[in-house]
Design a protein around this ligand. Structure first.
Ligand code: SAH
Length: 302
């Protein structure tokens, strides 16, 4: 995604621009970072290669909308305008074909794990995004979910899950940073039991609302500080963080079972995915993987 001026006037683009058959521009946007700022730009549609609803596309997509200016973030905004969490996201009729095209792009970017790709194909990402933004749900972009937080790019979700799985079945997984609940839903398809912790109460509530209609029986959401882990449910054979700390909290390392894997973004301005494997009772091995950009991991609850 570029920082060029708004290109909304070029929308809507035909379906073929999403599925790739007649695409004129770049294959898909280059890697984007998950900062609230860029997520807001992603939401505004700059450089987005296409979406549903073009001429000849008769399906019932939500119409493209002219978005209001970026909302202010922070405590004042949270107090003044809590997110509407009462109703589940409507099914906007976004087709399976568009989601398959998203998965094909993720695979082209290097994710090979069929179980992960299948899970990504199954979960309707548009249901986790504000209706006004759902036309962009299948672009490989981070998008704002309120409270200065973002839903991660499909590619990075898939990549982290691939690293976490390492080709093996997962039994008990802990996610730190539920956000809107999208990644937790994907996780529920690749692990036997999933626990997810969120520190912002309103996002915890939003995730509950988003996930309720899916009736996922192997996923439990918790409101709390994920830096402390979830000792009552430990140990986990997989732990995944959706927010970046300067280091991985010790409590999480302790809650990993021997042989278990933890994947986390680590860093501040410059971040990398880190894979930590517990190799013994008091022994962990760490590997640094690719660069990434996530919202910060913060202590406490709000
Ligand atoms: N997986 C999410 C991504 C959410 S963004 C999704 O699919 O939407 C990262 C989330 O991590 C934010 O919601 C943020 O509030 C949360 N977070 C940051 N620090 C945390 C902590 N210590 N404990 C729990 N959640 C935390």
């Amino acid at each position: 995604m570029s920082d060029k001026p708004d290109k909304r006037s070029t929308f809507p683009l035909p379906l073929s621009s999403v599925t790739g058959s007649k695409r004129a521009g770049p294959a898909f946007p280059p890697a984007k970072v998950a900062t609230p700022q860029t997520a807001t730009r992603n939401a505004a549609g700059s450089g987005v290669p296409g979406g549903p609803g073009g001429p000849g596309d008769t399906r019932s997509y939500v119409p493209r909308v002219v978005l209001p200016p970026a909302k202010p973030h922070g405590d004042a905004y949270q107090r003044a305008q809590p997110l509407p969490v009462a109703a589940p996201r409507p099914d906007t009729g976004v087709s399976d074909a568009i989601r398959r095209a998203m998965v094909a792009r993720v695979a082209k970017q290097g994710v090979q794990d069929g179980v992960v790709l299948k899970a990504l194909e199954t979960v309707q990402r548009h249901r986790f995004i504000e209706p006004a933004l759902s036309a962009q749900a299948y672009v490989d972009a981070s998008l704002p979910i309120g409270h200065n937080q973002t839903i991660s790019r499909p590619y990075i979700v898939a990549r982290m899950l691939e690293v976490l799985r390492n080709g093996n079945a997962l039994t008990r997984v802990l996610e730190i940073g539920t956000g809107c609940g999208y990644q937790a839903a994907v996780l529920s398809h690749i692990a036997k039991d999933v626990f997810s912790v969120e520190r912002i109460r309103q996002l915890h509530e939003l995730a509950k609302t988003n996930l309720r209609h899916l009736r996922i029986v192997n996923l439990r959401l918790h409101y709390g500080d994920g830096m402390l882990g979830l000792p009552q449910a430990a140990p986990f054979d997989g732990i995944i963080l959706a927010a970046a700390g300067l280091e991985v909290p010790q409590a999480l390392l302790e809650q990993l079972s021997v042989g278990g894997r933890l994947v986390a973004p680590v860093g501040a301005q410059v971040q990398h995915l880190q894979l930590i494997t517990r190799t013994g009772k008091a022994e962990w091995m760490s590997e640094t993987l690719e660069g990434c950009h996530f919202v910060p991991l913060r202590p406490g609850t709000v």
